[in-house]
Design a protein around this ligand. Structure first.
Ligand SMILES: [Mn+2]
Length: 386
């Protein structure tokens, strides 16, 4: 998407931390002070708007009337080198350093703007930026948990750059693996914001080294169980198969499925893999405890946003009608977090639509709700919410 490129220059400016440095005397207002001043309106230009010249005639002014340009003396201007580092993105929720520091934060948000094999609509590379920008507007107080989940500490890392992964890659998504591995090994909670779905493999590679029983809960419209797609085994349409193949004790539960090919169906019939499918068309009859009980103790949660119904999630490359709605997804996540140890998670396949904020905000809030459910116990939530 190139539409937003003209705006990026102003968004590159570091967010003012002035608001956060002021110490809060009143604990109740801590939420407001925990955020950096991101809600401020775009800085107004000091320059006065140009006076509108009165046009007396619709015809272009005759060139002869324009005063000749005065040639000013040549001034040497130092040319600043063009930055080659990835664009600096705002931190998730716009938290102050107290809650966003890498050392103390339990949650590490990892933006991964990877896009290589999307097969229909494009734009997942813009997902992380849209989510992080929308997150600045998310209310920090959770009215269901009756607490402020950000207090667990939420750090946002620099975006992880992934070179295009092609068939034959020995260490696919190595940069993601390297970002996730030390976090999982130190009991931090990595939450990856994609990016296309294929990136999940890098994170699961890291998690499965520590948790040998690791299973996967996949929210998705698609099974993604093709051995390869468009000639690439690391296609986003093959991620389910890659994950299943990779896990030490293969076990995947897929929820919201409503798109499966004949070949995938045949493979499941003939091979009987340990893949539990909860079809979207049956969603009125789902039992969330039953879904969660199919998993092992340690779970990786991957949420492809197209698992949600396209009425609330139109901003995705391969939308399908008949998907999950918001509160169903909330129920699923809270049951999962209560009964299992969720070791890491990702939210992938958001392809922002310019000017349509609701889906971007949905994902930002989804990420925050997930954090709240995941850490409810440690946050001291005593309210019964499941
Ligand atoms: Mn999908």
């Amino acid at each position: 998407m190139t539409k937003k490129t003209t705006k990026t220059a102003s968004r590159n400016k570091p967010v003012s931390r002035a608001a956060s440095s002021a110490k809060t005397k009143n604990a109740r207002s801590s939420a407001a002070s925990s955020r950096t001043a991101t809600k401020s309106k775009p800085a107004k230009s000091n320059a006065k708007p140009a006076t509108k010249a009165k046009v007396t005639s619709k015809s272009a002014p005759a060139k002869a009337k324009v005063a000749p340009r005065v040639t000013s003396p040549k001034i040497e201007v130092a040319v600043k080198p063009v930055a080659t580092t990835p664009e600096k993105l705002p931190g998730f929720l716009g938290l102050s350093a107290k809650y966003a520091s890498s050392a103390s934060a339990r949650v590490h948000i990892i933006p991964v703007p990877y896009e290589h094999t999307t097969s229909y609509g494009k734009g997942t590379t813009n997902g992380p930026k849209a989510i992080l920008e929308a997150s600045q507007q998310v209310e920090l107080f959770d009215d269901e948990l009756w607490t402020e989940p950000f207090k667990i500490g939420v750090h946002t890392t620099d975006p992880v750059v992934v070179s295009k992964v092609e068939a034959g890659a020995n260490d696919p998504f190595q940069s993601i693996y390297e970002a996730v591995k030390p976090l999982v090994d130190n009991d931090k909670f990595p939450l990856i914001l994609g990016g296309e779905h294929s990136l999940t493999l890098g994170a699961v590679r890291a998690c499965s080294e520590r948790y040998k029983d690791l299973s996967i809960l996949q929210v998705d419209a698609h099974c993604d169980l093709r051995p390869s797609y468009d000639g690439n085994p690391f296609s986003h349409a093959s991620i389910g198969y890659r994950l299943y193949e990779h896990l030490p004790q293969p076990l995947i539960t897929q929820v919201g499925i409503r798109n499966v090919s004949w070949q995938e169906a045949r493979w499941m019939e003939t091979e009987s893999p340990k893949i539990n499918i909860f079809w979207a068309r049956m969603q009125d009859k789902w039992n969330f405890n039953e879904i969660v009980n199919t998993l092992s103790d340690n779970v990786y949660l991957t949420i492809d946003v197209d698992g949600l119904d396209s009425s609330i999630m139109p901003s995705t490359g391969t939308p399908e009608p008949g998907g999950m709605h918001w509160y169903q997804l909330m129920e699923l996540i809270k049951h999962l977090c209560v009964r299992k140890n969720v070791v890491a998670a990702d939210i992938v396949e958001l392809s922002p639509i310019a000017g349509l904020h609701a889906p971007d905000f949905l994902v930002a809030k989804l990420a925050y709700k997930l954090i709240g459910y995941r850490f409810a116990l440690e946050l001291g939530v005593t309210k019964k919410y499941v």
